[in-house]
Design a protein. Structure first.
Length: 242
C-alpha cells in the first residue's frame, strides 16, 4: 500500500512546482519589444512598440517615419525647460520656482542626432525612447529619460525621469533602463516648451496632479515653430566678389 502513497506525494510535489512556476511567470515584468538605434555604456536611443497602436484605428497610428533633422531637433530640445512643481502654499511662501534647462549641451548634441535617426526609421506602431545616465557610484546614477512620437504636425514628448538619483538594486529588476518612459519616483517637476505659443498640454487625471505627474508631457505644434536658420556655405578656394 506504500506505492500509491508515494505516487500521490510525487504528484502533489510536481503540482506545487508547476503552480510556483506559473505564479513566477505571471509576476514577471514583460520586456518591451524594441530596436536599438544608438547605445553606449550609459546612454541609449531606441524604438519601442507603441501599445496604444491599433491597426484598425487610424487615429492611433503615429506619423512615422518622420523627417526631423538635427537642425530642427536641436533648437527644439533647447526650448524644453523644467520647473519644480509647487502647490499653492509653497507658491504663496516662496513664489514660483525658476526655470531650468531640461537638457545639458552635451545631451542635446547627442540626442539631436540620434533622435533624428530614430524618427527617420520609426514605424507607425513605434515610438522613440531615450535614456541618459551619469554614474555617481557603483550603486547609484543620475537618470534622465523619456520618449517622443509624431502625430500630424505635432510632436509629443514625455519626460519620464529628470535628473533622478536612482539607486541600483543589488538583486531584482533594474527598472530605469528597461522602462525609460515610466517614472522611478514621483516626478515633482513640470515640463514646458518655449515659445509657449507652440505648446499645449494633454489631459491628465487628478491623481497625476497630486503626484506631480500631470505636466510631464508637452505637445509641440511644429507648424508654429520658426524655420531653422539657413546654413550658408562657400566653395572651397572661392574668393568673395569685390
Amino acid at each position: 500500500m506504500t506505492r500509491p502513497v508515494s505516487i500521490l506525494r510525487f504528484t502533489l510535489h510536481v503540482s506545487r512546482g508547476a503552480l510556483l512556476c506559473a505564479l513566477l511567470a505571471a509576476c514577471a515584468i514583460p520586456q518591451v519589444p524594441s530596436r536599438t538605434i544608438y547605445e553606449d555604456p550609459v546612454n541609449y536611443v531606441r524604438l519601442e512598440e507603441d501599445r496604444g497602436y491599433l491597426v484598425e484605428w487610424p487615429p492611433s497610428h503615429n506619423s512615422h517615419p518622420a523627417a526631423l533633422g538635427p537642425e530642427v531637433l536641436r533648437p527644439l530640445l533647447q526650448g524644453l525647460v523644467i520647473q519644480e512643481h509647487r502647490i499653492w502654499l509653497q507658491k504663496w511662501i516662496a513664489g514660483d520656482a525658476p526655470f531650468q534647462a531640461a537638457f545639458q549641451d552635451q545631451e542635446i548634441a547627442l540626442l539631436s542626432v540620434q533622435l533624428a535617426e530614430a524618427l527617420a526609421q520609426a514605424k507607425p506602431n513605434e515610438r522613440v525612447t531615450f535614456y541618459l545616465s551619469e554614474p555617481q557610484a557603483s550603486t547609484k546614477r543620475i537618470v534622465t529619460s523619456g520618449g517622443l512620437y509624431v502625430k500630424g504636425t505635432e510632436l509629443h514628448l514625455i519626460l519620464g525621469n529628470w535628473q533622478i538619483v536612482y539607486g541600483i538594486p543589488t538583486y531584482g529588476m533594474i527598472y530605469d533602463r528597461r522602462y525609460p518612459m515610466r517614472p522611478t519616483a514621483a516626478k515633482g517637476f513640470d515640463l514646458f516648451f518655449q515659445p509657449h505659443e507652440a505648446m499645449r498640454r494633454t489631459q491628465s487625471s487628478w491623481i497625476d496632479g497630486v503626484l506631480a505627474n500631470g505636466a510631464d508631457e508637452v505637445v509641440i505644434d511644429l507648424s508654429k515653430l520658426p524655420p531653422p536658420p539657413a546654413v550658408s556655405s562657400t566653395t572651397s578656394g572661392s574668393q568673395p566678389e569685390n
